[in-house]
Design a protein around this ligand. Structure first.
Ligand code: GLN
Length: 485
């Protein structure tokens, strides 16, 4: 078995044909983790016993013939999903010793499908960041260049995938945290329509934006993982009660006549010229495959960053009020009185980016500023969503860059929050509008660092996005590149 070149689909076929067992596959993943995780810090909690036990059950299922495509597949879980009996930290000191008494719905569904969970991956603290540098458990390195960030906030999952320490991973995306790390590490990363995947048991950052999704090598693998993750959940009141299509069954076939829009606003001055060229090539290829390319306009694009950085912190400040040192999580030593308990617990338990967001959020929600900031941002959010609605009258998909540049150096932006926030410019709009988006590997820069293109779809049209991404991957080899470790 050549582990780094396996995909979920190819490993599932090999497991069925008995080329190797789930136990052997899991051991191979464990060996790679042993060899490379120390340096990369992709996983912050490992569960080798749990993984081997799950692999044993998977082997029995494979024999009895009731396996799913995920049965026996080693996966990595972002440490934002509650895992029963296994530490779940959100990469914060606040939850450094938190052991949940229940599984998140995503975790439960993946376990039921027979996936083998290797461990929990590093992330920006409470998913706030674009580089995985704000974690209480240290930074994660990019397997393509260890002096560079793997993206964030799902940077641990991205690094675990890129270094082949698993065959599939979960991420969450509030403003780009699946698509951006996928782009910077050469993966396919899919953020589903808001509400397609349950948020139950997924630690909340900004509840109206948060959405879980798969990070894989291929669109085909993304279809397989999403299949198991998606669906209505009575435990999440915002989850959508609509049937889940058979994503894998919709992958193949021609994309002839598919209308793809290219929004001019995403191809302005800040874009790396190498990325522009690569995206031109992608458009040409789509044309060759029979798609029709249209220029479109999303005029409110420039307001996305200020809008998001009002709304997301506002929701975060409310969600994070629960970490008060009383109910669960970190508590400071020897509090003098109640107010000392609250203030010291939160001062010691949260890192500086989280504190910055809480302060921003409480400010924009305060009575004197609510109308000027929070309410205004809600109105602009509506306008941004309206831009997409108009564009989707003309086209079926939108094609944009995922990020303005390839992976930046460790430390390059960590002292300058505004520069860090600006790196989300192409992904945030999609969350504000609640739409599905996928990042697909589409080239490399002069240093061999991966680049991603983003496809954006209509609400609940993940299948259309996946089909276009799959057609692109049938005709290109960017998703087959692996870093030399
Ligand atoms: N980088 C964005 C932020 O810092 C988005 C993070 C995310 O999607 N979780 O908020």
């Amino acid at each position: 078995m050549d582990f780094p070149y396996l995909t979920i689909a190819s490993a599932a076929a090999a497991l069925r044909q008995g080329e190797f067992s789930a136990i052997e596959l899991t051991r191979a993943a464990l060996q790679r983790i042993e060899a490379y995780n120390g340096d990369l810090n992709a996983y912050i909690t490992l569960d080798p016993e749990g993984a081997l036990a799950a692999a044993e059950v998977a082997d029995r299922r494979l024999k009895s013939g009731d396996a799913t495509p995920l049965t026996g597949i080693p996966i990595a879980m972002k440490d934002i999903f509650c895992t029963r009996g296994l530490r779940t930290t959100c990469s914060s000191r606040m939850l450094a010793d938190f052991v949940p008494p229940y599984d998140a719905t995503v975790v439960r569904k993946l376990r039921e499908a027979g996936a083998v969970m290797m461990g929990k991956t590093n992330m920006d603290e409470f998913a706030m960041g674009s580089s995985t540098e704000t974690s209480y458990f240290g930074i994660t390195r990019n397997p393509w260049d260890r002096e560079r960030i793997p993206g964030g906030s799902s940077g641990g999952s991205a690094a675990a995938m890129a270094a082949s320490l698993c065959l599939g991973a979960t991420g969450t995306d509030t403003g780009g945290s699946i698509r951006q790390p996928a782009a910077l590490t050469g993966l396919t990363g899919l953020k589903p329509t808001y509400g397609r995947v349950s948020r139950y048991g997924m630690i909340a950052f900004a509840s109206s934006l948060d959405q879980a999704g798969p990070m894989t090598w291929t669109a085909e693998d993304a279809a397989l993982l999403l299949q198991a993750m998606a669906g209505h959940d009575p435990l999440d009141s915002t989850s959508i009660d609509a049937p889940v299509p058979d994503y894998a069954a919709h992958l193949n076939g021609s994309i002839k006549g598919l209308r793809i829009g290219v929004p001019g606003e995403y191809f302005g001055e800040g874009l790396d010229p190498a990325l522009r060229e690569v995206l031109d090539n992608a458009q040409q290829l789509f044309r060759k495959l029979g798609a029709v390319i249209f220029p479109v306009s999303l005029p409110h694009t420039e307001y996305a960053i200020p809008t998001y950085y009002i709304l997301a912190p506002a929701e975060a400040s409310s969600n994070l009020a629960r970490y008060d040192g009383i109910k669960f999580g970190y508590r400071c030593d020897q509090p003098r009185d109640l107010s000392d308990l609250y203030t010291r617990t939160r001062a010691e338990g949260f890192g500086s980016e989280v504190k910055r967001r809480i302060m921003l959020g409480t400010y924009v929600l305060s009575s004197g500023y609510y109308d000027a900031y929070y309410r205004k941002a809600q109105k602009v959010r509506r306008l941004i969503a309206g831009d997409f609605e108009t564009a989707f009258h003309q086209v079926d998909l939108l094609l944009t860059p995922t990020t303005p540049s390839t992976a930046f150096r460790l430390g390059e932006k960590s002292d300058d929050p505004v520069r860090m926030y600006l790196s989300d410019i192409f992904t945030i709009n999609v969350n504000l509008a609640g739409l599905p988006g996928i990042s697909v590997p589409c080239g490399v820069d002069g240093q061999g660092l991966p680049m991603g293109m983003q496809l954006i779809g209509r609400p609940l049209e993940e299948a259309v996005m996946l089909k276009a991404a799959h057609a692109y991957q049938q005709a290109t080899g960017w998703h087959k590149r692996r870093p030399r470790l």
